[in-house]
Write a protein that binds this ligand. Structure first.
Ligand code: PLP
Length: 498
């Protein structure tokens, strides 16, 4: 751990350099001066790899010191600062952990960056299908048993990747999973993008670096007070070739990493170190108070926090009401000016972090209690037509009333028909929704957010998927990867001859 914790050293150095008389005959082009509307303070700190400021791609000075500090804080052997988000950490981790053309076992509800890494490295994918938490229509975390059974079924797997916490906050038992993965002599990668705060306070689960994972990826920007794109990649043990990992970080990260972003990572971790206890205690206290008040609701319901559910992800279910998630989302946005993280057919998701003040909790609590009271009286008017059900025309009638898990694949899509890395390169054509049954998907289809795929290129399209797409569109949700032209809905399918 860094001895001098009284100052964020990079942040301080950048600020004083910005005010010095050193003339910048180097990039970036703004030369630390204001052009247009960007704030001067940010521009003054925005430098490149000049003397005294080290180089992220070959750190030996101040950046190396910061990375060592981050490693000590999270209990990792080695940590890398990332300025291209967890996305580049995941690309690098998979590329280093699995040989080109190798075989990876992944949770089916992974972020798209996992699929992108598999495509770039021609990997064969086997899936772990999360169980469903039916009361809330979300995926449970992957279990140790699921991993063990898959590894026994497919002994040639080179690495395992699970996501924990999930986008909705479900937490896996990483310690046990690491045990079964290591028993096979292969590495465990944990996409902990939503868990940069883990391990820092009593109510939080432990972070996966301290639970035996070989590679752990954190988006600092998601749950700690840091700027967008800031992230960390941690590595432990000797199952990962560190030189290879560095090589892939060179490939996937910008050659001009932003010092403003790196200072933002430093600053967030510095806050954790010097003020963490007070900051997280306040956070947990406000969170618990809000959840207590919301637990009195009679129509809307919240997913309780606990060992398997992270603090900070407020999932509000509309299942017992006549509202859709999108309608609740729209009411909170338009009437109460509260912008949520996402809406799914049967719930909405709000994210709270140490960055929220009392006002955020009070406003959300009051808004939800008021909507709940209106539902009780049967006088809940929808704020805007924009969030009401939309007519969706497809030629063949489909049943849109079946239960659903937002953005997740149907269980009957399990057999992957064409390996994804091959399928994504095949010739495709647009096909009207009702005629897609039995065809192979040519493109990802995601509900956005969170961007986890409902269908992966190469998977066979079935009636369940067609039903869900129609249902999502009817509910006004954003479905990515489809085309809507002149009232028709089209999916990309692999052309029959290809
Ligand atoms: C589970 C998960 N992993 C990885 C990512 C990618 O993170 P980033 O936006 O930091 O690149 C996301 C983004 O939303 C995510 O939800």
């Amino acid at each position: 751990m860094r001895k001098d914790v009284n100052t964020p050293i990079l942040t301080k150095k950048l600020r004083s350099y910005g005010q010095s008389d050193f003339y910048p005959l180097h990039m970036p082009g703004h030369k630390r001066r204001v052009f247009g509307q960007m704030p001067e303070e940010v521009l003054q700190m925005d430098i490149t790899e000049i003397d005294g400021f080290d180089n992220l791609h070959q750190p030996e000075g101040i950046l190396q010191e910061l990375q060592e500090h981050a490693a000590a804080l999270y209990g990792a052997e080695e940590t890398f600062y990332l300025v291209n988000g967890s996305t580049c950490g995941i690309l690098s981790a998979i590329s280093a952990a699995v040989p080109e053309g190798g075989h990876i076992l992944i949770a089916r509800n992974c972020h798209k960056s996992v699929y992108h890494a598999c495509y770039l490295r021609n990997l064969v994918i086997s899936y772990l299908y999360p169980e469903l938490l039916e009361a809330y229509d979300i995926c449970e975390p992957i279990t140790c048993r699921q991993v063990q059974e898959a590894l026994e079924r497919e002994p040639d797997i080179d690495a395992v990747l699970v996501v924990s916490p999930t986008y909705e906050g479900r937490i896996a038992d990483i310690e046990k999973i690491a045990g079964v993965v290591h028993a096979k002599g292969i590495p465990l990668i944990v996409d902990e993008a939503h868990g940069a705060h883990l391990g820092f306070a009593e109510g939080f689960a432990q972070n996966s670096c301290r639970l035996g994972a070989d590679l752990v990826i954190h988006s600092v920007h998601k749950t700690l007070p840091a700027m967008t794109q800031t992230a960390l990649l941690h590595v432990n043990g000797d199952l990962i070739d560190r030189n290879k990992l560095r090589r892939f970080l060179h490939i996937y990260q910008s050659s001009s990493p932003s010092y403003v972003l790196m200072a933002s990572i430093e600053n967030a971790l510095w806050q954790v170190q010097i003020q963490g206890r007070e900051m997280f205690d306040k956070f947990i206290h406000r969170w618990e108070k809000m959840c207590d008040m919301l637990s009195t609701m009679r129509n809307l319901s919240i997913l309780p926090t606990g060992e398997k559910q992270d603090i900070g992800k407020l999932l509000v279910s509309v299942k017992k009401t006549g509202l859709s998630g999108q309608q609740l989302y729209g009411m909170l946005l338009e009437e109460f000016h509260i912008q949520l993280e996402m809406a799914a057919p049967s719930y909405v998701l709000a994210m709270f972090t140490v960055g929220d003040d009392e006002d955020g909790y009070v406003r959300m609590t009051e808004a939800l209690l008021e909507i709940d009271a209106r539902l009780e009286k049967g006088s809940c008017e929808i704020a805007s037509d924009k969030y009401a059900q939309q007519p969706v025309h497809i030629r063949q009638s489909v049943n849109v009333d079946q239960p659903d898990v937002a953005g997740q694949p149907a269980a009957d899509l399990k057999p992957v028909s064409i390996p994804f890395f091959k399928a994504w390169d095949k010739e495709t054509q647009w096909c009207e929704l009702s005629e897609c049954c039995g065809r192979y998907a040519g493109e990802f289809i995601n509900l956005y957010p969170p961007g986890t795929p409902m269908v992966v290129p190469g998977e066979r399209i079935d009636s369940g998927l067609i039903t869900r797409i129609a249902d999502y569109l009817r509910k006004g949700l954003t479905v990515q990867g489809i085309r809507q032209v002149s009232g028709g809905i089209y999916l990309s399918v692999i052309t029959l001859e290809s």
